[in-house]
Design a binder for this molecule. Structure first.
Ligand code: ADP
Ligand code: MG
Length: 446
């Protein structure tokens, strides 16, 4: 690899590290080696298949965006696996890759792994699953739109991809569009900038099935909402199916026009709740079987009991220990599991520190802990800073002075002011209160 390409890759890594945070970076990105870098593709060498599994599903978007930001290219990401692999796993992966590529060639960005078969049903998601299945079997006729909401990592993206994959199985030639709302927004912006609105409209209005992920993202974005509203109406009138996912119900999405909110509620609204321990076990068994991971009973129970409510995290833990076992050549044991996950899984009995509060709030608001400690007073920083101060007041025994010290030496009046601001807003805005409650749960490890 020539030095220049190595430099480019290192620059990408720096940006990625900021985006994913240090823990995830050390674990998943440090062991990656650059093999090739071309305009069309980048070839990365990884220790074993578990890396691919995790990176492909969780970070490929981030890697692609980083290349685009730095170099204005969108290379395909390819992996070389260092470790020798089982033939049947190789075959399985080759099949998935072929499917993925075939879809990409048609401009469809569905994840072929997210199918109904791979989706575990429990009482937490039974209703949403049934609705999704119905919609997939008779798109445009039963529930339109189908609006699915759930917290992070609870299967929204999986379920709406499953609808797309099933519809394509049944009808090969339908136009399916899966699009994260963030990308939809970027496309609106680009279309306006490049004077390509007609093409944009045509693309979306020709869809037979539109799956739009994380719609809460378009809050605040007037022009995107306007475009989405017209797209929605055009599709709806032609009885084309629309499926929307969100991290909260329509009524709690702030800064979105009432006419859009009312469109969201015209069909069926289904939520998904965090899984029970039994469902978590079922999910672990399914994932382990698919990945050919030998997972002892005690490890399974321990994971299901200790990884709280997020299925993505549950899967991440499973792949983390599988990757470790594979690198060391040792079988998975409970002891090993506890050791590997000691920084990931929060012990409910541990004391809550201001550092941990800052880290959690910073993650939620996509800012850096250092910025919370800084003197910056922009809204993007000041609000999470106030929230972190408020939470430090609520969740630790520290005095206002001591809390101030943790935030780069602010005085006690500043902390007090922050707490009051947060309290006031909490009383006024349900959605804000909801965010604060979510953060408290996360920090307490509930
Ligand atoms: P969300 O979009 O709600 O944040 P995802 O759909 O990305 O969550 O799910 C996170 C991970 O958890 C994915 O790898 C997905 O396959 C898995 N997952 C979520 N729900 C289920 C389920 N019911 N059965 C199997 N896997 C699930
Ligand atoms: Mg998602």
């Amino acid at each position: 690899m020539d030095a220049k390409k190595e430099d480019i890759w290192n620059r990408c890594l720096e940006v990625i590290s900021e985006k994913v945070g240090e823990g995830a970076f050390n674990l998943w990105f440090k062991p990656i080696r650059l093999r090739q870098l071309k305009k069309e593709f980048v070839q990365l060498e990884i220790p074993n298949r578990f890396f691919r599994e995790w990176i492909e599903d969780n970070y490929s978007g981030i890697i692609e965006e980083t290349f685009f930001e730095l170099l204005r290219i969108r290379p395909e990401i390819r992996f070389t696996i260092k470790e020798k692999q089982d033939e049947d796993i190789k075959k399985l992966n080759a099949q998935i890759n072929l499917k993925r590529r075939t879809l990409r060639n048609r401009g469809i960005y569905l994840n072929p792994k997210y199918t109904f078969d791979a989706f575990v049903v429990g009482s937490c998601n039974q209703f949403a699953h049934a609705a999704a299945l119905k919609v997939a079997e008779s798109p445009g006729t039963v529930y339109n739109p189908l609006f699915i909401y759930a917290g992070v990592g609870l299967g929204k993206t999986h379920l709406i991809n499953a609808i797309g994959n099933r519809v394509l199985e049944n009808h090969r030639n339908v136009q399916v569009i899966y699009v994260p709302a963030e990308q939809f927004t970027n496309e609106v912006v680009a279309a306006i900038k490049n004077d390509r609105m007609t093409e944009f409209k045509e693309k979306y209005r020709n869809a037979d099935l539109l799956l739009i992920d994380d719609i809460q993202f378009i809050a605040n974005k007037t022009q995107t909402q306007e475009e989405f509203f017209h797209t929605f109406n055009a599709l709806y009138e032609q009885q084309k199916q629309i499926v929307i996912s969100s991290d909260r119900p329509p009524k709690d999405i702030q800064d979105i026009t009432d006419r859009l909110k009312s469109r969201f509620t015209m069909g069926l609204i289904a939520d998904m709740q965090p899984p029970s321990v039994e469902t978590k076990i079922a999910i672990l068994e399914k994932k382990a079987e698919y990945q050919r991971i030998i997972l002892p009973q005690d490890v399974k129970y321990w994971l299901a009991m200790n990884v709280k409510s997020n299925i993505r995290e549950l899967e991440g833990c499973l792949l983390k220990i599988a990757a470790h076992a594979s690198i060391t050549g040792l079988p998975i044991t409970l002891e090993m599991t506890k050791e590997i996950l000691k920084d990931t899984i929060v012990d409910k009995n541990r004391p809550i520190t201001v550092d941990y509060i800052m880290k959690t709030v910073a993650e939620e608001y996509k800012v850096k802990v250092n910025e919370l400690k800084s003197k910056k007073r922009t809204k993007e920083i000041a609000i999470p800073r106030q929230i972190a101060m408020y939470l430090a007041r609520e969740l630790t025994d520290l005095s206002l002075q001591d809390i101030g010290k943790h935030f780069g030496g602010k005085d006690h009046a500043t902390v007090l002011y922050a707490c009051k601001q947060v309290e006031k807003r909490k009383e006024k805005e349900d959605a804000f209160q909801h965010i604060i409650e979510g953060l408290i749960k996360k920090i307490k490890g509930e």
